[in-house]
Ligand binder design. Sequence first.
Ligand code: XCC
Ligand code: SF4
Length: 673
Amino acid sequence: MPRFKDPSLTSKPSSKSPRVVDPKNVKRSVDPAALEMIDVVQEQGVETAFDRVKAQQPQCQFGYKGICCRFCMMGPCRIKSDEGPGSRGICGANAWTIVARSVGLMILTGCASHAQHGNHITHTMHMICDGEAPSYEIKDEEKVMKMCGKLGIDTTGKDKVALAREIADKAHEDFTRLKDEGETTWITDMVVEQRNTVYRTQNVMPHGIHAVISDLVTQAHVGMDNDPVNLVFSAVRVGLADLAGKWIATDLSDIIFGTPRPVMSEANMAVLDPSKVNVVLHGHNPLLSEMVIEAARDMEEDAKAVGAAGINLVGICCTGNEVLMRQGIPLCTSFSSQELAIATGSVDAMVVDVQCIMPGLNTVAQCFGTRLITTTDLVKNPGAYHIDFQEAKALDHAKMVVEHGIEAYRERNTRPTHIPNFKEKLVAGWSNEAILDVFKSVNPDNPIRVLNDAILSGELKGVALMCGCCNLKTFQDEAHIEIAKEMLKNDVFVVSTGCHAQACAKAGLMDPDKVDEYCGEGLKSFFKRISANSTLDVGLPPVFHHGSCVDNSRAAELVNYMAEDMGVDTPKIPFVASAPEAMSGKATSIGTWCVTIGFPTHVGTMPPVEGSDLIYSILTQIAGDVFGGYFILEPDIEIAGQKLLDALEYRRWKLAIHRQQAEDKDTQLCQCW
Ligand code: XCC
Ligand code: SF4
């Protein structure tokens, strides 16, 4: 059971805080650039998500609670009463089954998206190793060797390409393995042994990623699984498959493009430059964006030939995070304000691949002369340009993207632009490898011990993974920034991914000059200690940019390193997760594995589960008993911060007691649990 110091706090929402904040207010952001652009589009009568969220109010309460079903054509069915025929769908499914199926479906879309991302990179790695994708290379030999170590691949006498091929083979097996053919390697070889045991005994260990997805889809069909608990446990298995898929994506991306290292850059709309050809890289998968970067380097002169000062690449969403982490490409904005970036009138081309590409984009693009370019047959948008991006001809196809940008710049001519003058500087690129390198200056033999010791000594209060989308049910970035500040003030080491990282970047929370302003005394002294002998040429920022959404795998790796070093299972570690503005199916699948790995996991926007008291209590209570992690559902920003700090404190207290006992009895820490 989760415990909070203040007994009035529980994992359920604390107060009557509204599910949709200030529903009729269109100025739904705290980002100054976004607020300025909302005024601009309002004046011009250009419709964006900020208008549409208002138009959708009030939202359907059946949908909100998860108690409507459209899974077959006898429906739609709604749960209208507590008893009698109105308490079930036509087939007899009750609220518990309907909620479990519909939430399971959200988790499925998330897992499938991350799996598609991972299998795309796996396929490309095969092509690279077979000489079929000459624009790419196996760049990071160190990561190849690290992965061979983790996966038990014998390296003797093999070069990096042969080894990369074996790694890709293992990943391919993880996607395609069928039931009774073994377990998912990117779980079994990545988490501590105690976790594997829990996953096996609870029967949630995934076999193959695609098979696990297909099983839950099957269970959700009309006339299939009517046991809500069984459905939830299948959804947990899908959550773990999500973790495996994204972990593969991270590891293989590092191998192909290099493991991120600290890099300086800037964030927010003033990174757009009206004198240059502005090309926005938007979506998720670095296979496309890395090539566009290379193409743009080759094509500077072409841009100058049409009168531009050069080519300016900027990022949005997780593509933005990928290219920021590895190449220092500046960040333009995050999910909710993607249309507003186009409304600056300065975006010549926006190239997209997969995920978080708003269907509303092209309408705005057409108003402002922006060429929206889709690149995969999984994402098309009527009226947009389409380049069928093929890995075999990656650089040629990327050049076509840049050509569109140059052409659109020529057409832009003297059309006015309006770019809000806001940007912040930042340091990104904090892979675990980069973080451990910093710790090495204190403890070269066992760098992770530096973090563990700081927590055990009380200098740090724990670690928080802050992640997830922006959701216009709340004000963009407000909860992201306020909860992060609360963590920093209370000496919590914050790693951040996805649109949370972008909120922090835009608010200056990744600027090393802001450490004194935002961090508590413990965190400040920790940073001072670890940077004293470090050879880094950049400062340490308050919040550490840990990467894109798939890179939440880096947080899973970090907690496993910590647990391994302490000799305990992952739920014993003072490590919490928070998605203050979760929105996508991917956020639900990430939240699911966060709980199974043992994180108290805060979600600030309510998932559609409140119509089933059973599912609701599984998420907030029973999960804690079974997996050690549990959901904290809390829209109230201040109380959410308190709950996260309480959850960390409880674990620190427990860890200290057991550590004392272990010392007294001269046993391993794990034996006293
Ligand atoms: Fe999309 Fe990854 Fe969410 Fe942002 S955070 S809105 S999923 S870009 Ni992952
Ligand atoms: Fe209604 Fe059952 Fe069909 Fe869902 S599956 S729409 S509850 S009849």
